[in-house]
Design a protein. Structure first.
Length: 201
């Protein structure tokens, strides 16, 4: 699996996303197919663990495309139980385990947070592509993104991704009560960002 495959899939998905919301709704089947192809290529590439710097650019472009698609969720209305989302959750949460790269952690955390907002802990644990240990990986990812933004640990190259932090905290406050194990793990790992306290988390 090459970065070129991923880039081609991203371009197809991006062409649908560039259309007006009403047009996207008329082409949900096509958009879902393109999204699945992006997820398939992305997972295959990051699982290789030996991708090039050029592939790395394709990976971030794919993540950005997926992120923008998730932000348009209410307009597009994908089926939230599509297996692609679960596989992406698992792949991204494990992808960050061996890195301290803030840009990777923040991007993965933002995408996973948006996907979690579409489901519940019970639904995930009942999904055949998800195991109980994946809850721990997701908890660590969310906790690391919170800790990273609470300290001066972000490089100049990654500071552009700090804008993702409000999105992560906002959707966390939306789904935290539906994921008691993640919430417990995140809260026990350190203090929550101050923006979460007013909503009682």
């Amino acid at each position: 699996m090459k970065g070129d495959d991923l880039l081609a899939a991203v371009r197809v998905t991006g062409s649908y996303l560039a259309e007006a919301p009403d047009a996207c709704k008329d082409k949900v089947t096509e958009l879902l197919g393109a999204f699945r192809e992006v997820v398939f290529c992305l997972i295959a590439l990051i699982d290789q663990n030996n991708y090039t710097s050029e592939d790395n650019g394709s990976i971030f472009l794919a993540c950005d495309t997926i992120f923008n698609l998730l932000l348009k969720w209410e307009q597009i209305k994908f089926p939230s139980d599509d297996p692609s989302f679960i596989r992406l959750l698992v792949a991204l949460s494990h992808w960050v385990e061996g890195t301290d790269d803030a840009s990777i952690i923040m991007m993965a955390s933002s995408i996973c947070s948006l996907i979690l907002d579409l489901t519940s802990e019970v639904a995930l644990l009942n999904h055949p592509d998800f195991i109980s240990g994946d809850i721990g990986s997701l908890s660590k990812l969310i906790g690391r993104s919170f800790a990273m933004c609470g300290q001066d640990l972000i490089s100049d190259d990654a500071k552009a991704l700090v804008d993702l932090f409000p999105i992560i905290t906002s959707v966390y406050s939306s789904w935290a009560n539906r994921f008691p194990h993640i919430r417990q793990a995140v809260e026990s790992s350190g203090p929550l960002p101050s923006v979460l306290y007013p909503v009682g988390l």
